[in-house]
Design a protein around this ligand. Structure first.
Ligand SMILES: C[S@@+](CC[C@H](N)C(=O)[O-])C[C@H]1O[C@@H](n2cnc3c(N)ncnc32)[C@H](O)[C@@H]1O
Ligand SMILES: O=C(O)C(=O)C[C@]1(C(=O)O)C=C[C@@H](O)C=C1
Length: 235
């Protein structure tokens, strides 16, 4: 279904509710530049660290697109676990996984409450940005502790620039991108307001520092378009 959520006046903050979930795949595809390419890259990098029986977690899995695509492309027999606290998202995830014949354990839970046992790969795409900063650092430490040695944390985030002049250009470029994707100025400004104080982006350096502070040996930006990036961190 086509995303028209912000085509009408909205007075509440952004939520992953039934209305957003019902159009979410289209929303991501049209709102995140190079979404599909970044997803393909994250899967391709993950495959290099996997083997039969590996545990793979997706934190904030939404409709489970990443785990479904991973399962379709991987030659390994994997234990796939998707975690999300939006029931509306997980209902879609479950239907999609069934339709593709992919076995995924879907957990309706807060990421903080789940024990991520012996993880080989942890994905979290565009989700850390929705976690309050102090908790975000704690979550990354928890991910680090859960990973096996040599395991990887693969994550994507919206970014800000620490240079205010460039940051303004980041935003302008991003809004031009959204217009090319068919969103109107009204939809763009409605969504911007709804995301205020809900989506809190870090700079690229802040993301890397958070990863290094948690103990990761190495963190690389593997893809970047203006204010969106894909990172891979190795334990
Ligand atoms: C932007 S979406 C993630 C998109 C998805 N990773 C993808 O690439 O298709 C963020 C998701 O994180 C979930 N989420 C946010 N905070 C969470 C939390 N504390 N625990 C579990 N899920 C959470 C939301 O319900 C939402 O589905
Ligand atoms: O539309 C925006 O402004 C966005 O920031 C895109 C974005 C994201 O980056 O997570 C915001 C909310 C939805 O989860 C989907 C995409």
């Amino acid at each position: 279904m086509i995303d028209k959520v912000f085509n009408k006046t909205i007075s509440k903050q952004f939520e992953f509710d039934e209305e957003v979930a019902s159009v979410f795949d289209d929303m991501l595809d049209r709102s995140v530049p190079f979404y599909k390419q970044m997803q393909k890259l994250s899967i391709s990098f993950a495959n290099n660290f996997l083997e039969d029986g590996s545990n793979v977690y997706d934190l904030g899995c939404s409709t489970a697109s990443t785990l479904i695509e991973l399962s379709k492309s991987s030659k390994y027999n994997l234990n796939l676990v998707g975690i999300d606290n939006s029931n509306a998202m997980l209902e879609r995830a479950s239907k999609k996984a069934k339709a593709f014949g992919v076995e995924i354990k879907l957990l309706n839970a807060d990421i903080f409450d789940v024990d991520l046992k012996d993880a080989k790969v942890v994905f979290s795409n565009y989700t850390l940005q929705f976690i309050r900063p102090l908790n975000r650092e704690k979550l990354v430490k928890k991910i680090y502790d859960s990973l096996e040695d040599g395991g990887v944390f693969i994550f994507s985030e919206k970014l800000v620039s620490k240079n205010s002049f460039l940051n303004k250009q980041f935003i302008d470029e991003y809004y031009s991108f959204k217009k090319t994707q068919g969103y109107s100025e009204f939809e763009i400004s409605q969504k911007r307001e709804a995301l205020e104080n809900v989506l809190i982006p870090y700079t690229e350096d802040e993301n890397k520092k958070m990863i290094e502070d948690a103990g990761f040996k190495h963190c690389e930006t593997v893809f970047k378009w203006v204010n969106f990036a894909l990172f891979i961190a190795i334990k």
